[in-house]
Design a protein around this ligand. Sequence first.
Ligand code: NAD
Length: 288
Amino acid sequence: MLCSVDPTGRICGVTGAASGIGLALVDELIVNGAAHVAMMDFDKEGLRDALDNRAHQRSKLSIHQVNVASESEFRAVLQKVEDQTGPIDIFFSNAGISRSGGVEAKDEDWVNSWDVNVMAHIYAARFLVPRMSHRKAGHLVQTASAAGLLSVLGAAPYAVTKHAAVALSEWMAITYRPFGISVSCICPQGVRTPMLFPELKNSAIDSSSTLADTVAQSAVTSAGLVLEPEDVARIAIQGVKEDKFLILPHPEVAGYMVKKATDTEVWLSQMARISEKLSKSKSENPPQ
Ligand SMILES: NC(=O)c1ccc[n+]([C@@H]2O[C@H](COP(=O)([O-])OP(=O)(O)OC[C@H]3O[C@@H](n4cnc5c(N)ncnc54)[C@H](O)[C@@H]3O)[C@@H](O)[C@H]2O)c1
């Protein structure tokens, strides 16, 4: 049995809600009639600014500072949201980080990427799945990336952890469907947010997370159209309403997946050629 996934009158939660795609999802949920959207992020100032800029919707919004990489913190916030507003119907596990580099990237970058891009989805599901399955209704949405279906040049920690996020989404979609829980996985290519364009962020950001002037940034921006976060949010909510599993804001990604699956050797050679060209132009070479 599947629940209705129309956001109208629903209680929703969004992580990474202070910026980019997460903030656009908050606005799109309100436009689509959500009763309440709990905005979660570790950027407290960003959350406050977002709320101040949405004064007319204040009664439908709440802000919660949380590090989604900490299960105890995350559970406490989810519990608080449910205690204050009622059971969460639709949850967008959207917060993510990008770390560039190859296998030589610092262990810290690999571990942080794993914690935020994968474990946080698991922590959210550990809290929500028993509650949703008890009610036989609920929708879990993970923001992964086209990097999790194909790859992304110049950012191994990102490509690898986003593949894991897609794998987790698939596994949950298969396993929880009989319990009335729907799962969607959003896999955009380039989106105009501070993750891809650090200069868009006003406040100081963790410099280790910047993709500015890297092979990864060039690879994503040259791969196709860079969408606005509002476009991604609109397509994502439409996908959720249609109960779609794989939400591809850039439809051409489906074609690349077919190419990768059916002509893997050619796909790899083409990717390797582009990687070599971009690495030379950015003077980013693998360690000798
Ligand atoms: N921008 C793109 O081109 C692109 C493409 C594909 C997928 N994505 C994915 O979309 C999602 C949203 O990214 P965005 O582009 O909006 O970037 P963004 O940097 O604008 O927003 C990410 C938000 O997540 C928050 N966040 C990061 N780590 C957190 C943590 N540990 N706890 C709580 N909050 C945390 C940040 O504070 C920030 O507000 C990410 O999962 C990202 O990987 C982005």
